[in-house]
Design a protein around this ligand. Structure first.
Ligand SMILES: [Fe+2]
Length: 220
């Protein structure tokens, strides 16, 4: 149900669209470099690109890289922030779709987490993501399994921002008002519903894969 101000009521949660793209914090701040989109065309095709998010602090973390067509945009966006690809410690691909992991090749020296694969160069590290366990980057950032859209989605949870806990969620959420659309894009709606409810229980702000950030308000 949508209210006049765009607020969406979903069970015990309200989802409130936000216009801000930067969330300051200590020690980590979160910046949306590009807001993803998904638009159906009259010829039956879709135009789509995934949200690109930068987490800056003791470590530099990029969550999703957009499609291959975003290469120059990504390089310029990093440069504008005084960064080059070699300074990015960790690149997370929330899942293996082309509009989210199109520029992994810019980061050959970064730790890569793509779905449930954790790798550094050609070395793959054992992890428990497939068993439902988070991968802790440090005490503030963790990569959490959030399957359903595909079989191996992950989200990145950042604690301690000025807005509370931010979840960079990939396509766990398409956008703030996706109640009519996410199921059509889901490999397993029952599994994704569980992942979505967990996200709504634990995050204060969610950055979705194809739309602007939104705030989660939990009703008492
Ligand atoms: Fe996707």
């Amino acid at each position: 149900m949508m209210e006049a101000d765009g607020t969406l009521v979903s069970g015990p949660f309200q989802k409130v669209p936000l216009s801000q793209l930067d969330f300051s914090g200590q020690p980590y701040s979160v910046s949306v470099l590009k807001v993803g989109y998904c638009q159906s065309q009259t010829d039956g095709t879709f135009r789509a690109d995934g949200t690109i998010t930068l987490i800056n602090g003791p470590k530099t973390v990029l969550v999703d890289t957009g499609g291959p067509w975003d290469r120059d945009f990504l390089l310029v966006s990093l440069k504008d922030r005084g960064l080059d690809p070699g300074r990015v410690n960790l690149v997370v691909g929330t899942h293996g779709h082309s509009d989210h992991i199109g520029n992994l090749g810019l980061f050959p020296n970064s730790l890569l987490i793509v779905g449930y694969d954790v790798s550094e160069g050609d070395t793959y590290r054992p992890n428990q993501l497939a068993q439902g366990q988070a991968y802790f980057v440090d005490e503030h950032i963790s990569v959490v399994p959030s399957p359903g859209h595909t079989g191996q989605d992950v989200s990145v949870q950042v604690k301690g921002t000025s807005e509370g806990t931010v979840l960079v969620a990939g396509d766990l959420f398409e956008c703030c008002s996706d109640e009519d659309s996410w199921r059509d894009l889901s490999l397993n709606t029952a599994v994704q519903e569980i992942s979505r409810q967990e996200a709504l229980r634990t995050a204060d702000v969610i950055i979705p894969g194809h739309g602007a950030p939104f705030r989660v308000i939990r009703k008492r």
